[in-house]
Every structure is written in structure tokens, then in C-alpha cells.
Design a binder for this molecule. Structure first.
Ligand code: NDP
Length: 297
């Protein structure tokens, strides 16, 4: 079997197209221009790239983009004051504080200061709880992107599928489990203490790998026909490209897995592009809810 490639890049492009339409409607019918504020503290190069991409795509879909770049020695008090200011700013409907923050700043305190109504990353306890009980609001971006790809692949119906999620982080594994449960999957969450991991994965109709271990999931761990969503982004040496060169790989051994799975997301070009698109989708959700409107489904 050669797996179908689930093209996250194309899906994300189409999603951004739909978001552009939602932005235009919010503007023309309600006079609302959704606004996303991104805050970055320090000069971590990877974070700088993420933040620039987020700002660029925000502007491309017609939203207002507010970028706040603060020096690495910014005090916690100053950062909290900025978050409070953005909480109160009427043109800002989404606030994203790029993580990780410098060590002298208490990340939990910063997250808990973000108004849940504007928490487009879905990090605040209030929004985590809403996802759990199925109330409207923003949904964790990466799991939401994975869910969209799966719904598209299964034509909207995941009922009865056994999903095995590898990883239980607050960022990916746990919210992914909640979303798949809501879509009527039988969900198993595996982690570093799981026994006989390969046997557990072999039971899955759907595998979501989010462990941060390069190519850990092997082809012979998969049930033939399984659908594989590879969240992992790992930079590894690539001597075949030249001395000192590197490449990105997922948590799944792609070539082996593609021989057994019925469908698989590539790395790069799978889940990654969906994450930013879902951030924009969450900003539409928060902008709608803040203004008493029903968010587009
Ligand atoms: P974390 O490090 O927070 O969590 C990793 C999880 O994997 C933990 O629950 C850990 O278990 C589990 N784990 C680690 N090693 C093993 C193992 N050998 N066997 C079974 N489980 C294991 O990572 P994140 O969830 O933040 O990210 C996971 C991956 O996804 C990373 O590669 C990251 O770069 C990528 N990522 C990609 C995104 C995208 O947009 N595509 C967005 C976010 C993340 P335990 O809890 O027991 O320690």
C-alpha cells in the first residue's frame, strides 16, 4: 500500500481563503476588522520566524496585525502591563504571547493575565475547560488543525475510530484527546510510561504522533490502512545534503509508514501550516463572540 499524502499546506491555503471571506463579511456586514496582537520577548531566532509568519498571514487575510517586540530584559511587570493594555484595547480580538518566555518571567502568570475572550492560543484555564465541555470559544491551534485534516479525510465522520495519541502535553496531546472524543472516537493517550507502545499503536485506526522524537514510530507499529497525523517537528543532521546540513523530520518514520498507512501527513507540509491558519480561525471566533455574533462553523 502506498499512503495518500494529506496535504496540510494546500488545506491551510484553502482555509486562509475561507478566513479572508469571513474577515470581509465581518467588515462589510458588522463594521468589525478582526485584530490579532502578537507579543514577543527577546530575540530567539525560531520565535522571530514564527512571529513574522503569523504577522504576515494575519495581514494577508485582511485582519489588523499588532506586533509588540520587547527586549529580552523586559520585566514581568512591564509584560503584564502590556497584556492588560491589549485586554482593554477594542481593536484587539486576539492576543498571542510567543513562548518560550525568558526565564525571569512567570509564564503561567502571563497566560492567566490574558483575557480568555482574547486567548486565541487556548492556553487559559477557562478556555481549556470550555474545550473539555464543548462550549464555543477558541480551540488549541495544532490539535484543531489535526482535527480539520482528519474530518476532511473521513468526510466529516470519525465515529467509532480508535485514535491513539502519542504524547500528553497541554499544547497538543491532551486537547487532541478531547477533540477526538467529542468526534466520537475511542481515544487512547500514550506517553513515556506506556508499556508495549508499538502494540498499543498497532490497534489504532488513527495515529496522532506528538512526542518530539525523530522517526520514533516505525512502519511495523502501524495497522495496515491506519491514518497517520505526524505533529512532530525535529531537526536532524542530513549529511546526504552536505557537511553540517540539517533537515526536518517528524515523529514518524515517513517512508516506512507510507508503505503501511492509508494516509499520512508529511513533515514539513502537513500539520505545521495548519497551526497558523487555525490561529487566524480562532481570531475570527473570538472577534465574533466578543461582538455577540455566532462564529462561522
Ligand atoms: P512535549 O515535549 O511537551 O510533550 C511530549 C510528549 O511525548 C510527552 O507527553 C511525553 O510523555 C511523550 N513522550 C516523549 N517521549 C516518549 C516516548 N519515548 N514514548 C512515548 N511518549 C513519549 O512536546 P509537544 O507536545 O509540545 O510537541 C510534540 C512535538 O510536536 C514536537 O516535535 C514539537 O516540535 C511538535 N509540535 C509541532 C507543532 C506544529 O505546528 N506542527 C506545534 C506544537 C508542537 P511524558 O508526558 O510521559 O513525558
Amino acid at each position: 500500500m502506498t499512503a495518500k499524502i494529506i496535504d496540510g499546506k494546500l488545506f491551510a491555503e484553502n482555509l486562509r481563503g475561507a478566513i479572508t471571506g469571513h474577515v470581509a463579511r465581518l467588515k462589510s456586514e458588522h463594521g468589525i476588522t478582526p485584530g490579532l496582537a502578537v507579543v514577543i520577548v527577546g530575540e530567539d531566532p525560531a520565535s522571530q520566524v514564527y512571529v513574522s509568519n503569523k504577522a504576515k498571514q494575519t495581514a494577508e487575510v485582511g485582519m489588523n496585525s499588532f506586533k509588540h517586540e520587547l527586549p529580552a530584559d523586559t520585566s514581568e511587570a512591564d509584560l503584564l502591563a502590556l497584556v492588560e493594555k491589549l485586554n482593554a484595547h477594542p481593536a484587539v480580538h486576539g492576543i498571542l504571547v510567543q513562548l518560550p518566555l525568558p526565564g525571569h518571567i512567570d509564564t503561567t502568570k502571563v497566560i492567566e493575565t490574558i483575557d480568555p475572550a482574547k486567548d486565541v492560543d487556548c492556553f487559559t484555564p477557562a478556555n481549556v475547560g470550555k474545550v473539555q465541555i464543548g462550549l464555543p470559544g477558541p480551540v488549541s491551534c495544532t490539535p484543531l488543525g489535526c482535527l480539520m485534516l482528519l474530518r476532511d479525510h473521513f468526510a466529516g465522520d470519525l465515529t467509532g475510530k480508535h485514535a491513539v495519541i502519542l504524547g500528553r502535553s497541554n499544547l497538543v496531546g491532551k486537547p487532541m484527546a478531547q477533540l477526538l472524543l467529542r468526534d466520537n472516537c475511542t481515544v487512547t493517550v500514550a506517553h513515556s510510561n506506556t508499556q508495549n507502545l508499538a502494540d498499543v499503536v498497532r490497534q489504532a485506526d488513527i495515529v496522532v504522533a506528538a512526542v518530539g522524537r525523530p522517526e520514533m514510530v516505525r512502519g511495523d507499529w502501524l495497522k495496515p490502512g491506519a491514518v497517520v497525523i505526524d505533529v512532530g517537528i525535529n531537526r536532524v543532521p542530513a549529511p546526504e545534503k552536505g557537511e553540517g546540513k540539517t533537515k526536518l523530520v517528524g515523529d514518524v518514520a515517513y517512508a516506512e509508514a507510507a508503505e503501511v498507512a492509508s494516509a499520512i501527513t508529511p513533515v514539513p507540509g502537513g500539520v505545521g501550516p495548519m497551526t497558523i491558519a487555525c490561529l487566524l480561525a480562532n481570531t475570527i471566533t473570538t472577534a465574533s463572540l466578543i461582538n455577540g455574533l455566532v462564529p462561522p462553523s
